[in-house]
Design a protein around this ligand. Structure first.
Ligand code: ZN
Length: 435
């Protein structure tokens, strides 16, 4: 009897040891030693943390374990580790030439690389993607892609002749009929979009998509488990779409939200990407001229930085004053959203004027702090908040066991000065260091 127990124990122990060896073969393990960890959940930062990575995933975040011999160690013990930033609103690539050409493809990939260099490890391409971009999206989630991960809404929805078709793009679905809208949603779902985009944009007297069409898109989208996002300019349109169960707002309204709208957003968990940088426009750069001397920004942006400087020189003081006013109005709305506890994300409409891909994401995080968020709240908006907005918080947005290992190593603490998000030493993407 005793012998049988002994034998069983030996077999069991061997089995356990074999199992744990398979899981923790040290040569497959990377350990990031973080001096300070900001994990993206909003919890207080932790000192001296070990982040275990196997393959492309985080397996453990601990202050107790020893580093297994043979593991690859990334020493950030004098530095700060945070999740990669996620930008919910980007238009990568040379839009004037959108299509299957090799040149256009290269321009999209170039923007994904630029985003990654700035520590933006995931972007949502919001509504102007030709079909050829689905392949780039797929590649961007592979284990050897050296650019940010891409999500796509394929082609977004607008009214016939609505914004942004006046900018010379015929990519959007121009639809005035709810039944047609539903059909198009089904097609986009079959193509594998990551979400749906609607423009509700009374800009320059252009026709605006009908509320019944927006409602049909949201309802049909939800049937296909797709989150629906809307470009919204007015408080009234925001109320209409939030009532229709919209998931994500992109652009804060230029006029005052009704209390009822804010309460509804809070209750329904609608996430708002306020995109304050789109109100500030050139002001973002006129207030931070040191940026033009920053060697890191210079190295990544190259000629684009000179073009930015030139565009700023061409901007009149009156134009800057209008930007300041439009920002002040938006800020009042923003403070009300924040005080009500509405969930927030970071988006930028980057690769439009005064919005260089990657850099502008940091400027939005900074502007959220300027407008009233604590640095921690702004970092959460740009990581977990954006992941929730985009519907990928099961995989991304925080440094926790089970998530993809996308993180930034920073030279200095962004909780002390939010501009430190730009002091990037290393970017880790799916467990790989991409310097
Ligand atoms: Zn946009």
């Amino acid at each position: 009897m005793k012998r049988t127990i002994h034998f069983t124990l030996v077999v069991l122990l061997t089995a356990i040891l074999t199992m744990s060896c398979q899981v923790e073969d040290p040569s497959n393990v990377t350990v990031v030693k973080a001096g300070l960890l900001i994990d993206g959940t909003g919890n207080p930062p932790l000192r001296d943390v070990l982040i275990f990575i196997e393959g492309n995933r985080i397996t453990q975040v601990t202050q107790q374990e020893e580093i297994p011999p043979g593991a690859t160690v990334i020493d950030a013990s004098q530095q700060v580790v945070m999740p990669g930033l996620i930008d919910t609103h980007v238009h990568p690539g040379d839009r004037a030439n959108a299509g299957p050409s090799a040149e256009y493809r290269a321009s999209v990939i170039q923007h994904l690389k630029q985003a990654l260099a700035f520590g933006v490890t995931t972007i949502f391409s919001l509504g102007l993607d030709p079909d050829s971009n689905f392949a780039i999206r797929d590649e961007s989630w592979g284990d050897d892609f050296d650019g940010s991960r891409m999500l796509t809404a394929g082609t977004g929805f607008t009214a016939v002749g609505g914004h942004p078709t006046q900018l010379g793009t015929d990519l959007p679905n121009q639809i005035d009929d709810p039944a047609l809208a539903r059909q198009r949603v089904q097609e986009l779902a079959a193509q594998g979009v990551d979400g749906l985009k609607i423009w509700v944009a009374p800009i320059g007297g252009l026709p605006v998509i009908k509320a019944e069409v927006s409602r049909a898109i949201i309802e049909e989208g939800h049937k296909h488990n797709l989150r629906v996002f809307a470009h919204l300019n007015t408080a009234e349109d925001t109320q209409t779409l939030v009532e229709a169960q919209l998931d994500g707002v992109t652009h804060i309204a230029g006029d005052s939200y009704e209390e009822e709208t804010i309460e509804l957003m809070r209750r329904q968990g609608t996430i708002v990407a306020p995109m304050l940088v789109q109100k500030k426009k050139g002001l973002v750069f006129s207030e931070d001229r040191e940026l033009f001397e920053d060697p890191f920004v210079r190295r990544v942006l190259g000629q684009e930085l000179d073009e930015l400087k030139e565009a700023l020189a061409q901007t009149s003081p009156e134009a800057l004053e209008r930007m300041a006013q439009s920002y002040q109005q938006a800020k009042e709305n923003f403070v009300r959203l924040k005080n009500a506890g509405v969930r927030l994300a970071v988006g930028t409409d980057s690769n439009t004027s005064f919005a260089p891909v990657g850099l502008i994401t940091h400027k939005e995080v900074e502007t959220l702090v300027e407008a009233g968020l604590s640095p921690m709240e702004a970092l959460v908006a740009g990581t977990r908040g954006s992941a929730e907005w985009a519907g990928v918080s099961d995989r991304l947005g925080t440094i926790e066991a089970g998530k993809l290992a996308d993180m930034l190593i920073l030279e200095e603490n962004p909780l002390v000065d939010i501009r430190n998000t730009r002091k990037i030493v290393k970017v880790i993407l799916g467990g790989r260091v991409v310097e």
